[in-house]
Unconditional design. Sequence first.
Lengths: 449, 106
Amino acid sequence: MTFLKLANSTQSKLIGKILRTSMLLDTIILFSVFTLFFSYSHYQLKNQYHDKLISLASTAAQLIDPKEHNALGTREDEQSQAYKEIKLLLGEFKKVNSDIIKIYTIKKAAEEIQWEFVVDAEEEEPSHIGDLYDLSQLEELKKAYNGPIIKKAYVQSQLGSMLLGYAPIRDENGNAIALVGIEMDLRTIHAENVHISLGALILFFLALGLVLFITHKVSNYFLAPLQDIVFGIQELQRGNLSYKIKIQTKDEFEDLGKLLNMTSNMMVEHQKTIIQNLQKEKKQKFRLLKVYSDVISSVTQGKFNLITPYRAKIFSSKGELLDKISLQNPQDVNRARELVSQVLEDQHYRVNNVMHLQLCVSEAATNVLKHAGSGGLEIRKMDDFLRIVIWDKGQGMDYDKLPHMIFLQGFSTKISMGVGISLIYKFAHKIYLTTSENGTSLLMDFQLH
Amino acid sequence: MLLEIESNKQGLVGELHLAGVLDISTVDAFKNSLDYFQDVKEFKIDFARLNFIDSTGIGGILEGIKRFQSLSISITIINISKDVYEIFDILGLPEVFGHDIFKTCK
């Protein structure tokens, strides 16, 4: 991955991480807040209904005449005026409050643990005086004699979920003689709970969306300097080392920008140093080549000449091209020798010793294959010379070893240093050599008779 | 074929006849042919029909000479032409390995 793509990818990943972290934290916080909100609302609603139930039951209990109520003992008393009044009263409560499923009065039966209905406001199939009351509410009934009470747990019945409340009917002495019981439908509470939940949920998602939007905007704002840094790195990658990042946010991004600028300054300095060193090296190399060239030419009395690639190009194009061959594999060495012999024969040229000429061609061509892998050979006719040009595109030879190759006596040394050059020097009339990291060209002149 | 090699072995005497050229393209074949003569006491390489040799070929010959000398096998190169002997002489081979090894054509 390029540096620029890495930088862009890093920025996107950063923003992504911030958003995900923010989303997680915001969800936890908002969820907690809205759960609390919902719980509080539900608690308030429940208390509201509890208060309402107690209030209704207490009010009804106070409105009932205890003496008249006490007088109701048998089923025949259901025809009495007192019964009807009390039933009517209870009926009014039910009519006015649609949540009331049932409203009635009850009292202790002859047996202490039994309770029985007295007046039931129900019009269809009411409970009659003396009908036994549900004993599962016994604990509440006992407590209700002391004061209004709500059954804490909701009761499940055929009619659904409901709330039970009791309030005592007291005589003139303040003694509880009976209870008013109210059964209240909870469907309304449930419906209001659903509304609260929906409202809370909608608010939760709205709040979450708003928070994420703000987080995204804030992240982009704080990460904006990263864009400048990415752009700066891009310029460096293009080689524009003079580009300077300008961030003035007085935070870590500004520090990073300054650091990158310092780094690019260092790179500029290093680049200058490298260029200077390379130029120096080139000059030194040229001077050294000149020295070697002068020495070798002088010692060989002009027979062996080190020349520049430019001069070699000129020398290689002089004269008439008679034939050429490429050197790719070992068999081409023999083909090169045969080609030279053939040219001599076809052109009726004569040299001092054909064997020597063939040997020089063989040595030069073999060197090309051994040191450069491949190259070429040209045969050119000069005025009274035959010029053999052999070239390759290898990495060049160490010309500082040339004196040893040419002059050193002793076979064992020659074998290690390169016998070919020595033999070529022996048998060719004149030699020109150029060598560099771009390749080597060897020009051998042979006198024609 | 650029180099023809004929191998003869009679008892403890071996002979290798070379015909053609001994250069970079044929020197490996020459070196491999020497393996046949590991068990002789006397070994000759006949240059009578060798038309050309360069420094790569000479390098192969020298390897053979060193190898057989290390096995205490007497080795000589016979029927060397004047031109080829000139090259050996330029390179100083007779001085290094002994004139007895290099026999020219009569």
